[in-house]
Design a protein around this ligand. Structure first.
Ligand code: HEM
Length: 450
């Protein structure tokens, strides 16, 4: 077998693999359903049970995400896939119901609030260093380490100080849902409602139902106890009021939103960190450069929110990682009205996708698109905003983007200042997207303390 081209990428194909392979690809790794033409063309259309279009042209993308956003709600497939887990919460709600939830949670993600969360992130970075040091010279899966670190952060931010929450059980249930139920089935594509049983989803749902009950318990305990000294995300949700009706969130709405933040907030950041560490093993020159920056800034201490401005190269590494391995590698919408995009007629009901993964590697939008070159983000103004969409854009842009970037820089800088990472030969991860883009097989590295 020929050696894979590095850094590793998804093997996109330029021919129609046929109906059954297309369906199998969607279940196994949704990115395999992106045709190689998406790396060169502005639009690519096809039909797999329903008509779909992939858009790679910045002006058309801006139309979908911003200018005509009301005509492009989240896709029916996205809703069917996620609603059993997270209900009609912020991630999938539409219209007025989305708006008031977004307004209610926005203060928790404002610059000041995110900066105030720095110590939670620094603590998680410190604990990750301790676990890595304890492994000694053994190879470890840093992807798994990063999932633990980011889960610690999100659990502290959502259910701070609740000792009765079984964090491991919550984590396992969510992970089970993503790996089992996160696979698109033929029924999803046919538009069957989410109550029609899907293979594999039943077991995952049972575990998730138990988590929902645990979360409801935590919410009720907080309601009885009153808010924390420093209000956390749950406190903010509890005090949120719909400006129109004056109503507050029910327990199930509160829980659906908390689970949304946990699901959207920890896997994505963990996978980004895991891919960044993989790239550090691939490009040891970049790793040395990043380490020099981190050590000069930190002088042995853990990184904090106040260090971000002094860590520009680490930030560029995260930006470049998100271009090559965007955790949200494919955004999808269902057209609510007829339209024309890049000269192609879009019919009401068609699925319109933005393959963020292919956009970041598009031949006409990037120089050396498959190479890892963090310096390209040195001058942010030189990057076309709609050619680089790891956090989406428009009103549905990721609410947690600055939270995630701060967390990623704090953790990566701290790790690189303390360890020299080397990739384990023959254990290259496989980019696979099930809801988020994971390094399948793990990121196996040895960590030499410095
Ligand atoms: C590197 C990490 C992250 C990446 C790559 C990422 C990516 C994205 C993307 C692409 C979207 C837009 C989806 C679409 O338009 O269909 C999104 C939305 C969202 N993200 Fe993130 N995200 C990250 C971290 C976070 C964190 C840390 C949180 C919360 C703690 C979060 C919460 C959300 C929520 C609630 C939405 C829905 C917002 C709305 O529709 O109003 N994300 N994210």
């Amino acid at each position: 077998m020929p050696a894979p081209e590095l850094p590793v990428r998804v093997p996109l194909i330029d021919f129609d693999p046929g109906f059954f392979t297309s369906i199998a690809n969607m279940r196994d790794n949704i990115l395999l359903s992106i045709p190689a033409q998406a790396l060169e063309q502005p639009i690519f259309s096809g039909r797999t049970l329903m008509r779909w279009h992939m858009i790679m042209e910045p002006v058309a993308i801006k139309r979908v995400l911003l200018d005509a956003v009301d005509d492009y709600p989240k896709s029916d497939v996205t809703k069917t896939l996620l609603s059993p887990a997270i209900g009609d919460s912020l991630f999938i709600a539409e219209g007025a119901h989305w708006r008031w939830q977004r307004r209610a949670t926005a203060p928790a993600f404002a610059h000041r609030s995110v900066t105030a969360l720095g110590p939670v992130m620094s603590r998680a970075a410190e604990q990750a260093c301790m676990r890595i040091a304890a492994a000694g010279p053994r190879a470890i899966d840093l992807a798994e380490e990063m999932v633990s670190a980011t889960f610690d952060v999100i659990a502290d931010v959502t259910f701070s100080g609740d000792d009765m929450m079984d964090r491991a059980a919550v984590h396992d249930a969510i992970d089970g849902y993503i790996t089992q139920a996160g696979r698109i089935s033929m029924l999803d594509l046919m538009g069957a409602p989410s109550w029609v049983p899907r293979p594999g989803r039943h077991e995952a749902m049972k575990q998730l139902e138990a988590t929902k009950t645990t979360a409801d318990g935590a919410i009720e305990r907080r309601q009885a106890r009153g808010s924390c000294d420093v209000p956390d995300l749950l406190d903010l949700l509890l005090s949120a009021e719909d400006p129109k009706s004056g109503r507050t969130m029910t327990t199930s709405e509160l829980r659906d939103n908390l689970l949304t933040f946990i699901v959207a907030g920890h896997e994505t950041t963990a996978q980004t960190l895991a891919w960044a560490l993989y790239l550090m093993g691939h490009d040891t020159g970049a790793q040395d450069h990043a380490r020099a920056e981190a050590q000069a800034t930190l002088s042995g201490r853990v990184a904090g929110a106040g260090d971000l401005a002094s860590l520009p190269y680490i930030r560029q590494i995260i930006d470049e990682t998100l271009r090559l391995y965007p955790a949200g590698g494919l955004l999808s919408r269902t057209a609510r009205a007829d339209d024309t995009l890049c000269g192609t007629k879009i019919n009401k009901g068609d699925t319109v996708m933005i393959p963020v993964y292919a956009l970041g590697r598009h031949r006409n939008l990037w120089d050396e698109p498959d190479s890892f070159r963090p310096e390209r983000f040195k001058d942010r103004k030189a990057i076309d905003r709609y050619a680089y969409l790891p956090f989406g854009d428009g009103p549905r842009v990721c609410i947690g983007a600055s939270f995630a970037l701060q967390e990623a820089v704090i953790i990566l800088a701290t790790l690189l200042s303390r360890f020299r990472f080397s990739a384990v030969k023959g254990r290259t991860p496989d980019p696979k997207m099930l809801i988020t883009l994971r390094p399948e097989g793990g990121v196996w590295m040895t960590a030499e303390p410095i």
